[in-house]
Design a protein around this ligand. Structure first.
Ligand SMILES: [Zn+2]
Length: 285
């Protein structure tokens, strides 16, 4: 992907070195250090007081060294890639939704490591990339990208990161268009299997929107970029993940769609560039 030297979004909050969850983590560390010191020192009030001073000092040092560490050149580079792709999503979706009843509102993107506090509650990197409709922010821990490559067998590459971002931005578009709230309403009073099917349709539509983004991004694409996106979509299919994690597949529990479905809808968006062709809910009826 040709991304270097182009506009980067101002809407990226890089919390990789200054996490908002840092105080919570720090508090936890202080608590733990104090507890260990009190335990080791025998636990009298005086020793607890001493331990608290020593523990506080240690924890402060911990926070200082970790919070103020420098990003590595690779981490900086990937941050610029993310900000450039995010800027491109702003341009594409502003254009696509202009002159509609629902013009595009810029979301924010938070880069984090480990833990993060969000408008939707606290989260750790274990949940993978996600979008929170309450604060309209995309949360991205780049460890997920490494996991995609090393654990889930995706080929990686810059456009696989672009696909992940574009999928999450797709959820923001659904939020703007009102689709996600309609789905949440429809999910009330239906069976778990019914809820899962609606969730699959919502996720496949986010993949479709990622494909739409790729369509309008063609001028920046290199040979192999679409394969990178498809390989990532393949890797995060419910069937692929379940097979790898549980050794078996249960279609009723799918919430994101199979590898084939995810690739199909991404490709449909990419080939048509027409947002009206993304009715992934039609197959439910
Ligand atoms: Zn999703």
């Amino acid at each position: 992907m040709d991304w270097e030297g182009r506009r980067q979004s101002d809407n990226v909050e890089d919390q990789r070195v200054n996490p908002t969850g840092g105080l919570v983590t720090g508090g936890g560390i202080v608590g733990l250090v104090i507890y260990l010191l009190v335990t080791f020192l025998g636990g009298s009030p005086q020793t607890a007081n001493l331990a608290s001073q020593v523990g506080g000092k240690l924890a402060n040092e911990f926070i200082t060294t970790h919070a103020n560490r420098q990003l590595t050149p690779d981490e900086k580079k990937i941050g610029k890639l993310v900000a450039t792709v995010f800027a491109d999503t702003e341009d594409v979706w502003t254009e696509l939704l202009k002159n509609t009843k629902t013009p595009y509102r810029y979301p924010k993107l938070v880069l984090f490591t480990g833990q993060v506090s969000t408008g939707c509650g606290g989260a750790s990197s274990a949940v993978g990339p996600f979008y929170c409709p309450v604060d309209e922010k995309v949360y991205l821990d780049l460890d997920f990208y490494n996991e995609l490559k090393h654990r889930f067998g995706a080929i990686g590459g810059d456009f696989s990161i672009a696909y992940i971002i574009a999928h999450e931005v797709g959820h923001h578009v659904q939020n703007i268009l009102g689709t996600s709230s309609q789905v949440r309403k429809a999910q009330q009073g239906t069976s778990q299997i019914g809820k899962n099917k609606l969730s699959v349709a919502l996720e496949l539509q986010a993949d479709f929107y990622a494909g739409i983004f790729a369509h309008y991004e063609q001028k920046y694409l290199d040979a192999g970029d679409i394969d990178e996106a498809l390989s990532a979509a393949q890797a995060v299919g419910d069937d692929a993940i379940q097979r790898r994690v549980r050794g078996q597949v249960n279609p009723d529990s799918f919430t994101h769609g199979t590898s084939e479905q995810r690739k199909y809808w991404f490709t449909k968006g990419y080939q048509t560039g027409d947002i009206n062709q993304g009715n992934t809910f039609a197959q439910l009826k």
